[in-house]
Write a new protein. Sequence first.
Length: 370
Amino acid sequence: MEGNNKMNIATVFSGIGAFEHALDKMNIDYKIVFACDNGERELKMSYDQIEREIEKNQYKGREKKKYIEELYDNLNKPNYVEMSYKANYKIKDDDFYQDIRFLNGKKYKNKVDIFVGGSPCQSFSISGKRLGLEDARGTLFYDFARLVKEIQPKVFIYENVPGMLSHDSGKTWDVISKIFDSLKYKWKLYKLKATDFGIPQNRRRIFVVGFKQDKEKYLDNLSIETCELTTELKDYLDKNVDEKYYHREKGFKWITKPLSLKKRVSINGTIARTQAANQQFNWCGDMIFEANPRRKFSEDIFRGTFNGRVGVARKLTPRECLRLMGFNDSFEIAVPDKEMYRQSGNSIVVNILEGITKGIINTGVLDEED
């Protein structure tokens, strides 16, 4: 980007702001136009019921936004994702939305440089339909695509799991790709893995990067550079870890049994397993075994055997998990451990977004005025 112009960004399914953190790491000055995440909370009213209430009361703009926020407040469940997001990034309350389905993108038309999101993978009914945007209605992908159409960002980035390509025998991706085509954007699909961006985690994801059709010449020049992996899991570990992260007898026996080691657990691995929302507190994921530890532990820390050696075992800490997603230690942990594990596992590897963003900037597409 040229001069001192800020990059205007918007995200949905914003999570803990992997894209925002990528820009922080790159020292890019940016403004958050809006962000959106419901914190894995589910409203009791259906979409149609809510729409009828909005229409009956003629809610618009801030009134509509306030009504949706009140519905979520009435659940009496904190939005822990919002807590993490607001603890780490500068955003006005008016610019943070609780529900993508009721977010009006038209008010942000041509105000966003890069729009980022990754919806849950959902099945599409395609029998007898046109395979267009309306066919995706009722899915969260519909709302991502709708917002691209309404906002008209210069560039969008869409992220999801590789399984989306084969989901429902490929029918889901067939619908999604046709919808991307219908948005008047030229796009490319990338299959990227964390180990190619300097992070020792066995995590693969797909990314769709789309440029407006009148800017497709820039897409032809998009190059995403990878790098050699020079670190191991052990390089991301703390030397002094609180006892609460160490397993007692039941946990130690669970993680070291053959079935767990075959399917759910890796102990002292070189490259971390794919982090997941239910890792650690469910005794799955990466574990650390310390043979014959010199430090003193309380009596309830179980000293069992693993590979013929006596020692103690622990799960990764939330901070270690964040590091394995590419987050610097400057990221503030503002929620309980259980929530931080979920949020880390649901996030996007920051280093990959850095690579994509550098590639986008180098094309020059963000320097051109609409």
